[in-house]
Design a protein around this ligand. Structure first.
Ligand code: 4AZ
Length: 243
């Protein structure tokens, strides 16, 4: 089993191919993202709100060590971003609708290490069970980015409890996970929160439930995620243009 490494916050090192939908955005800020179809990456709108020119960004998939501007490691796939669709109702004051869509210049080649995450069914509300967060973000509050892709399990938390723990009002597009303990932190933003879903066929799959968005510090209070199932029509509409 994997050793415990000080984390995403309290995360474990991802083995190659464990989180194949995770990408790292290479650009002005350290952020994560999720591949949902060959040319589509979902990320947080706050990652691109101050850097909305697609030429500033590329995305790297298929690698579990943090990338940089200087070269593409063996086995990794890096694509230029040609279009960024910001959510038209993103609110920078409270991070409502903190989701944006990136379109890459060409299709990712799916293999053992690069695979899309499934979108959740409409109105999917994961209940109970744990979800997975992942990223190259800071391993402690005010700390440094992780050299390795880290992941951990977190439980979701109901919005009311979360709101009272954060002392903040939450919109109904925000979902909370974690609490004291494993958590996302700066640099994990835009990355995936996936939860297990039992497909009608009986098969269990992980679906993209949230986009890492914000929190009050790291590891002390719940992290807040933008709820993907609220934005399925928009995601489908754009994705279908880039098949
Ligand atoms: C951030 O700064 C950030 N603990 C992301 C997630 C959390 C806190 C901060 C949640 O991008």
């Amino acid at each position: 089993s994997l050793g415990k490494i000080p984390s995403i916050l309290d995360g474990k090192k991802a083995l190659n191919g464990l989180i194949p939908w995770q990408v790292q955005l290479i650009g002005p800020y350290l952020c994560g993202g999720t591949i949902t179809s060959p040319r589509i990456v979902i990320t947080a709108n706050h990652c691109v709100a101050q850097a909305s020119n697609p030429r500033q960004w590329s995305v790297q998939a298929g690698h579990i060590e943090i990338g940089n501007a200087w070269g593409v490691p063996d086995g990794a796939q890096r694509k230029r971003v040609i279009k960024i669709m910001e959510h038209e109702n993103y609110n920078p004051r409270n991070n409502n609708n903190d989701i944006s869509i990136m379109v890459t210049d060409s299709a990712f080649e799916f293999n053992d290490y690069v695979k899309p995450a499934c979108l959740p069914p409409r109105n999917f509300k994961p209940v109970g069970g744990d979800c997975i967060i992942s990223g190259f973000g800071h391993t402690s509050q005010g700390g440094r980015a992780s050299k390795d892709l880290l992941w951990t399990l977190i439980p979701l938390m109901d919005r009311q409890t979360c709101s009272s723990k954060l002392g903040m009002r939450l919109t109904d597009n925000m979902i909370c996970g974690g609490g004291a303990g494993p958590d996302t932190c700066q640099g994990d933003s835009g990355g995936p929160l996936v939860c297990a879903y039992r497909h009608p066929s009986g098969e269990k799959q992980y679906v993209l439930v949230g986009v890492t968005s914000w929190g009050v510090g790291c590891g002390q209070t719940p992290g807040v995620y933008c709820e993907v199932s609220d934005h399925l029509d928009w995601i489908d509409q754009i994705s279908s243009q880039y098949n």
